[in-house]
Design a protein around this ligand. Sequence first.
Ligand SMILES: [Zn+2]
Length: 89
Amino acid sequence: METRFASIRKNFHKIIPLIRFAREEEIKDALKMYKVDLNKGLFRCMVCGDIVNEMNIGMLIKYHDKVLVVCKKESCMEEIDFVKIYDRL
Ligand SMILES: [Zn+2]
């Protein structure tokens, strides 16, 4: 019997491709793919609320029609795990 936690975690993997960026080219490709223009200043880190641009993006998360971003501060990156994202949405 699966626990509720395990079930959420499992399903979450199916609906949210989560990208951790390592290289600048990966960031640019992914931003293009998701049609995200960070230069418009419309994206804020979902943890700390800072405006996220190409210089400080840590993660890009696609959730249905929404694109969520996380800045690359270690505290913000650590804050994000699947269960916490699920709770916020
Ligand atoms: Zn942040």
